[in-house]
Structure formats: structure tokens, C-alpha cells
Design a protein around this ligand. Structure first.
Ligand code: ADP
Length: 150
């Protein structure tokens, strides 16, 4: 018997999995929205990360829970503070595409020390946000792989 161990099968399956089909729905807000409204959105949509878009629906920034907390302990009036002042902005955004390998996206989450990565579609004048990969999506894939046999 020279068969592969189940670990080798698991590794092989994991290494060919793509982002497509494993992403969540992205939650986006316009760059002119206030930090106050962004905080409301985090609760109403039950997400940790918001993706910020411009009037042309192109990705311009990312807002994490800590970005919102940091702004909240400042002296600013949150209803008058637009998210584009406090967000992490392009070109410093870690992104992925539907046909990227999921394992590579998992490595990006670890290396950039972030919780979520927007799945984007590149157009001639920017990136459209079409999905979201979080640590939860990666965890779900791991559990699914462990439950699958053969
Ligand atoms: P938190 O800040 O709540 O711990 P993260 O670890 O995801 O959440 O975010 C850490 C920092 O990295 C934040 O300032 C956030 O704006 C930024 N960030 C989050 N996701 C991305 C991303 N995909 N690309 C670039 N920066 C990001």
C-alpha cells in the first residue's frame, strides 16, 4: 500500500480551492457617510468590517471595528465626521478575486493581520466589491473539509 495519508488528501483539496463559492456578502457604505452611521451599520448588518465605496461604486477604503472605536474616543462629533477621514484607503487595501486560491487569501489575512478581505472585480476605472472573505469563511472551509470523506 503506497496510498496517501488522509492529511495529504486534505492538503491537496485545500490547495485547489478557490475563493468563488466560499465568500460572504459584502457590506458597503458610501465614503460620505458619517462615522456614527457606519457604527449603526456594523450593528444592523452584524459585520466587523465595512468596505467604503465612492459615487461610482468603486472601492476606496476599509473600516474595521477598531477604526470606529478609535474615532469614537476622539473629541470629534461622530455625526459630522465622514468615514473617508478615518478609513484605511486605497492603494493600501488587501484585496482578492473570485478565482484566487483560498489558501493564498488565508495567508493574506494572516500576513496583513486583518479580519476581512474584499473580493473585487477589476474594471477599467476601479474595483467593484463583489464579496467578502473573513476568518470565519476560512474556518467554515476547514470544518467542511474535515467533515468530507473520500
Ligand atoms: P480591528 O481593527 O477591529 O482589529 P482588523 O484587524 O481587520 O480589525 O483591522 C486592522 C486595521 O487594518 C484597521 O485599521 C483596518 O482599517 C485595516 N484593514 C482591515 N482590513 C483591511 C484590508 N482588507 N486591507 C487593508 N487594511 C485593512
Amino acid at each position: 500500500y503506497t496510498g496517501k495519508t488522509s492529511n495529504q488528501f486534505l492538503a491537496e483539496k485545500l490547495k485547489i480551492m478557490l475563493v468563488d463559492g466560499h465568500e460572504s456578502t459584502p457590506v458597503v457604505i458610501n465614503e460620505n457617510v458619517s462615522v456614527y452611521d457606519a457604527i449603526i451599520k456594523v450593528f444592523s448588518e452584524d459585520v466587523g468590517t465595512l468596505f467604503v465605496i465612492d459615487a461610482n461604486s468603486h472601492l476606496v477604503g476599509v473600516l474595521s471595528r477598531k477604526d470606529l472605536l478609535r474615532a469614537s474616543i476622539g473629541q470629534q462629533k461622530l455625526t459630522a465626521l465622514p468615514v473617508n477621514i478615518i478609513m484605511t484607503r486605497m492603494p493600501n487595501i488587501t484585496m482578492c478575486q473570485k478565482d484566487d486560491l483560498l489558501i493564498e487569501v488565508a495567508k493574506k489575512l494572516i500576513n496583513a493581520q486583518i479580519d476581512a478581505i474584499p473580493v473585487v472585480n477589476k474594471t477599467t476605472n476601479g474595483f467593484e466589491v463583489v464579496g467578502r472573505i473573513t476568518k470565519t469563511n476560512i474556518t467554515r472551509v476547514l470544518v467542511k473539509l474535515a467533515e468530507t470523506d473520500g
